[in-house]
Design a protein around this ligand. Sequence first.
Ligand code: PEP
Ligand code: MN
Length: 337
Amino acid sequence: MIIVLKPHTTEENITRVENLVKTRGLDTHIVRGTEMTIIGCIGDTTLIDPRLFEVDSSVDKVMHVQEPYKLANRAFHPENSVIDVSGVKFGDGHMGLIAGPCSVESFEQVLEVAKAVKDAGANMLRGGAFKPRTSPYSFQGLGLEGLDILCAVKEETGLPIVTELMSPQYLDVFNEKVDLIQIGARNMQNFDLLKQLGQVKRPILLKRGLNATYEEWIMSAEYIMASGNENVILCERGIRTFETFTRNTLDLQSIPVLRKKTHLPVVVDPSHAGGKWWLVEPMAKAAVAAGADGLMIEVHNNPECALCDGAQSLKPEKYEALLRQVKEIAQVVGKVF
Ligand code: PEP
Ligand code: MN
């Protein structure tokens, strides 16, 4: 952190600010220019709110030179993290291929889709049992019954499962049964929920909030990590922009940006980004080319009749064709399966 003092600050005032910094447990390094004086703060400044120093009448501005996150920060953990989800690896060249319906509708539906995506090459099954819907009149998911269906299909196919947790009420049952616990876009900043995730042994798939900056998103990962669970995978799923033709705008830049800022794997969900099935293939390919550590794609055996997100769901044949191309691109960018 750097404190820039107002021009021509007196020695007395410089000393006062310096002492203020020292009372916070930090050391100082003073740089005196002809007009300006700058105080460099040395030590752990992550827990200090820079605005506190701005209250002093001699202080012009305060700048953080270090990010406010530590555990997720690549600076303190230069190697790529590899997150192992029941044998499926994400990160450092490993790609997870997650596919399945938006919502669990019935055992037969999930089983049919799961078999098809497994044959196509997927290594993990998705399906929402608890659904965060905009309208209270829309299908809300089958709840615990849906979770049991996912477990039964896992039993049958061997595919590990990922599903969304919306309430701490189900923490224990998710910890017991779900291989990868998804925190949805709408709950990315549900800090109470995030803090509880430190108590689970399962890895977490943290989706980007609808209007979250990179830093806000990483800070949410930091919440989970600081509470004791360092197995976090980030998932880009598009952000709100002024464009209304697509559901959201897929921010492909997030992949290289997050690669620079954090060591955590980044998965891309092109289905919720575009909201249209025909956008999934080009965006999935672009995501892999840009270095994504995995893909999460909605696939439905009968999208026309889906209870949720049919318009953005691929039919199994389309998913298979997509994966064939994705694997070629993945090889070019040095991924292994
Ligand atoms: C989902 O993956 O089912 C979902 C609801 O996604 P998001 O939280 O990204 O909207
Ligand atoms: Mn969906």
